[in-house]
Design a protein around this ligand. Structure first.
Ligand SMILES: [Zn+2]
Length: 220
């Protein structure tokens, strides 16, 4: 019998894959004593190799009275196992790196570049027509803003000289969407979302964010 702790460590180390054929086994994985118990093999981490049913049968049932095929030696099994444990570790490392890169927000964006940004959707009211000036005398216009967790920079062109300008510290993007989008996506207000679209700079009195975000897709 394998102690529970050994079982746990071994199953995590191999990711419940067979150490010889690398098949994913799930519940159908078995722990094999590399040096048989009857020959004094310990039930510890070092003397254990997790195997699928087939490989376990292969490794365990070599008949030296009637030799057929090629026997698995203890040394070979250990090497298979160590190589596989190493591969699982490296895979986990790569996966965590990949996840990290997926979570990282873009820091610099060019005008009209299609980007995906995460943020919080905030509904904001502004004085509208006729004077765009006061909540008392003007009608109210509401817009949805994407509040970014970290400020980004936007590269754009100067209207006069075409020179590239870097606008820093952009935190709030005004969403440019049609009325259909407002109607069918009310539930995203006051939630965190991921949106794909193009950024462009404010050009009219209707634009209140640090930049505008012309939305192409919403990722739930
Ligand atoms: Zn196998």
């Amino acid at each position: 019998m394998w102690p529970q702790k050994v079982k746990e460590n071994v199953l995590v180390a191999c990711g419940r894959h067979c150490c010889v054929c690398h098949m994913f086994c799930g519940r159908n994985i078995e722990l094999h004593h590399i040096l048989m118990e009857s020959k004094g093999g310990d039930s510890n981490f070092d003397n254990c190799i997790p195997l699928c049913f087939n490989c376990h049968a292969e490794a365990g049932h070599y008949n030296s009275e009637h030799p057929k095929g090629t026997k698995y030696s203890s040394k070979e099994l250990r090497k298979h196992r160590d190589r596989w444990y190493q591969a699982v570790k490296e895979l986990e490392f790569l996966e965590s790196k990949w996840k990290e890169s997926q979570n990282k927000q873009i820091e610099e964006v060019y005008e009209d570049q299609v980007v995906t940004l995460k943020g919080f959707v905030w509904r904001e009211a502004f004085p509208g027509p006729p004077n765009y000036d006061s909540f008392e005398t003007d009608r109210i216009e509401t817009y949805w803003m994407l509040v970014l967790p970290e400020p980004i920079s936007l590269f754009t062109n100067s209207f006069e000289t075409e020179e590239t300008i870097k606008i820093e510290n952009i935190k709030k993007l005004q969403l440019c969407v049609d009325s259909e989008f407002y109607k069918s996506n009310r539930e995203i207000v006051r939630t965190n979302v991921e949106l794909t679209g193009k950024l462009f700079m404010s050009i009219s009195g209707h634009h209140h964010g640090d930049a505008n975000f012309d939305i192409r897709a919403l990722h739930a």
